[in-house]
Write a protein that binds this ligand. Structure first.
Ligand code: SAH
Length: 370
């Protein structure tokens, strides 16, 4: 009944002790079918059970081994001994008048992350915005998450549990997933890609790859890795400033990977993968919305080729910056359309009053009546 790897290991060295601990903590959640197969083989079980476990987790959404009625009872009893089911507690749940819902999860005492349920259109598009890290190291000057202390990367199961829990509490399924919550997905590349793979897998969430969007502030080496691996997921770059000389003022990461390198990576994405890339652009009056900025955006668009812009009004008020007025947004978007001749999506800001809009995650909570 006991994991043979544990039985056979002499518990003498420190290294072995660490291994034993890891083995005892094995969780089937957030593992690929191939990883579950390895675990089963190591524990003298047939590997075809891996698919049953995988489907149990993500298709049937069982929450503990007792619910896995697709497995023989002896195996369930053994799995209880050699593996662990993890849980993430919802610590806060806020509902906005526009239908947006924000969920805070306690990862560990003092460690919280957030996910947001965003219905849009005529209710036929339902997006969950998920977090990839606890806090963020990037410190973008307009983003609330940047004000938090960085407290680590999320595991694949913690990324997926946000989707499972939100869908369970809302009583509906998402049509789209965006990695635009807390954190920089490219700084947690392996876990994020594995989560995307499971979201996309026909035996799990079965969401189309184009319905899963991974967004980065511009970690160039990871963008190149994403291209090299031909990852099929939608990809977005948070451009936010088209002037190469002042981008570092609002995004520290530009000091490490300057705009020109970032644009070259975006161009490579389009050329190699023959797909459209999305640029996100937070509109900050007096900072990045002048005619010169628009001309620079048009130049970027023509260099990159297949691309589109998602423009988002600033949702925070750090450094005395403000949200653009509807008039300012309209003018900016109209000019941008003419100059760039690429699609411009004017993203509204759902969930603003519950602190659930872009860049607001981690802002002080305000209880709001549904
Ligand atoms: N680190 C990743 C994902 C998290 S940010 C990235 O930078 O892409 C997700 C999106 O929210 C980004 O496009 C970012 O530019 C936008 N955003 C951040 N703070 C914002 C704010 N205060 N107002 C509006 N959008 C914001």
């Amino acid at each position: 009944m006991i994991n043979p790897r544990i039985e056979n290991k002499p518990a003498s060295s420190k290294k072995d002790e660490t291994l034993i601990l890891d083995d005892l903590n094995f969780t089937p959640q957030g593992k690929r079918i191939s990883e579950l197969e390895d675990f089963l083989i190591q524990n003298n079980e047939p590997k075809y059970r891996a698919t049953q476990i995988f489907e149990g987790l993500y298709k049937h959404r069982y929450k503990n081994w007792d619910e896995f009625t697709n497995l023989p009872i002896q195996l369930r009893t053994k799995l209880k001994l050699i593996s662990e089911f993890q849980e993430m507690k919802v610590s806060h749940h806020l509902v906005s008048v526009d239908g947006t819902q924000k969920f805070s999860f306690e990862i560990a005492p003092g460690k919280e992350i957030e996910a947001v349920w965003i219905p849009s259109g005529d209710g036929d598009r339902k997006t969950i915005c998920i977090s990839s890290q606890v806090g963020c190291t990037l410190n973008c000057s307009f983003c609330a998450t940047g004000t938090l202390k960085f407290q680590g990367n999320l595991k694949t199961w913690q990324i997926l549990n946000q989707v499972l829990t939100v869908e369970n509490l809302v009583g509906d399924r998402a049509t789209n997933i965006v990695f635009m919550g807390m954190g920089e997905p490219m700084h947690n590349y392996k876990e994020v890609i594995r989560a995307a793979e499971i979201l996309n897998h026909p035996k799990a969430f079965h969401l189309g790859a184009k319905r899963i969007t991974i967004s980065t502030a511009g970690v160039v080496p990871s963008i190149l890795q994403f291209i090299e691996e031909k990852q099929p997921y939608n990809f977005a770059i948070s451009l936010n400033q088209s002037d190469p000389n002042t981008r570092s003022e609002i995004m520290d990461i530009n000091k490490k990977f300057p705009l020109n390198e970032l644009i070259l990576a975006a161009k490579k994405f389009v050329d190699v993968l023959d797909r459209t890339i999305t640029f996100e652009y937070v509109m900050i009056p007096d900072k990045n919305m002048t005619d010169d900025h628009i001309i620079a955006m048009a130049r970027i668009a023509s260099r990159v080729g297949k691309c589109k812009f998602n423009v988002i009004p600033l949702n925070t008020s750090f450094h005395g910056w403000r949200t653009p007025s509807s008039e300012e947004i309209e003018k900016f978007v109209a000019k941008l359309k003419i100059k760039t001749r690429v699609p411009i999506m004017n993203r509204r800001s759902p969930g603003k009053e519950i602190g659930g809009a872009c860049g607001m995650l981690a802002l002080e909570r305000k209880e709001v009546q549904a």
